[in-house]
Design a protein around this ligand. Structure first.
Ligand SMILES: [Zn+2]
Length: 311
């Protein structure tokens, strides 16, 4: 089968998935768009099966040009997505934020995304990004190799908590641990900023239960499904079945995320992996669309899709 035909068949199946649920489409809180040069470096890293990806074989399924990738998300019926980008050293976040602001301007279905790093001017550029309309932040504790409870970040978390701007944080120790990954540093951040709208990426893999505990304790903590429950992840960091009832009970704070385009399987598989948990259609509607719609509509009623009439 030709590559083009395979992709449009997959798009049809993705659309049928949310169509069956009676949704107007999907909202994907965890997709990566970044300057091409940076993204190519990320892909080259995945190709090495290096330690940050746990030494795993990790073929990038959607290694395409930027415009094709955005078009494909639209074909899938993704109504809103993000441009998760993140620095690995000081002096880089401001530049990335400038790129992301421009990307959001030319990509109206992308939620304007920004990032941060512990450095002297972090509060200033986080304030500027929020004022410029950033709707979501990304923090990558593993790649950035910083302590999220670093005191230089404290005023920035304060700004984000005050503004109610969600921050997607890769803070679990999967697929490989970093110096400051795991629930403990995040617990220190939340103790100081209990209203921070933290979205724990990848369900906090593999510290699933500890991060679930933080979400149970703090009402503004959410989890994204990114890569969790897929055959790929279940193969080396399976979700503990005993924790599923607790996970199901948090249905209004679980957000669909995919990690597109950097995934070693088709996009559809993430959706099927959620469906086969058997938590029901209402749960799927909330996770795949309604929870994110409510979260981002609350931040700005004018530019985000409104929740679907579900039922
Ligand atoms: Zn990611």
């Amino acid at each position: 089968m030709s590559e083009q035909r395979k992709v449009s068949e997959e798009a049809g199946e993705v659309r049928r998935f949310w169509g069956r649920l009676g949704l107007p489409g999907l909202i994907d809180v965890h997709t990566h768009f970044m300057p091409e040069r940076v993204l190519h470096k990320v892909w080259a890293y995945f190709d090495t099966n290096g330690p940050l990806v746990g030494g795993l074989e990790w073929p990038i399924t959607y290694r395409k040009a930027e415009e094709e990738r955005a078009a494909l998300l639209r074909e899938f019926g993704v109504r809103a997505f993000t441009s998760m980008l993140y620095p690995h050293k000081p002096g880089m976040a401001g530049w990335l934020n400038g790129w992301a602001a421009d990307f959001a301007r030319r990509t109206p279905d992308c939620l304007h995304t920004a990032t941060l790093y512990p450095e002297p001017d972090v509060e200033t550029y986080v304030r500027e990004a929020v004022a410029a309309g950033a709707r979501v932040f990304k923090a990558h504790v593993q790649v950035g190799a910083y302590d999220p409870a670093d005191e230089r970040l404290d005023p920035a978390w304060g700004v984000l908590a005050e503004a109610g701007t969600p921050v997607v944080m890769h803070c679990g120790s999967g697929p490989a641990p970093g110096k400051h990954t795991g629930p403990e540093p995040v617990a220190r951040v939340l103790a100081r900023h209990p209203r921070l709208r933290l979205i724990v990426a990848h369900m906090g893999m593999p510290e699933y239960e500890e991060f679930l505990g933080l979400a149970e304790r703090y009402n503004e903590v959410r989890l994204d499904t990114t890569m969790a429950f897929t055959d790929f992840t279940e193969g080396f960091m399976p979700y503990p079945r005993a924790a599923l009832p607790r996970f199901a009970a948090l249905g209004d704070r679980i957000l669909f995320g995919s990690d597109f385009p950097n995934i070693p399987y088709p996009y559809l598989h993430q959706l099927q992996a959620l469906e086969r948990l058997g938590l029901g259609e209402e749960w799927l509607r909330a996770v795949c669309h309604d929870n994110a719609a409510a979260l981002f509509t609350a931040a700005d009623p004018h530019t985000c899709p409104s929740p679907a009439p579900s039922g």
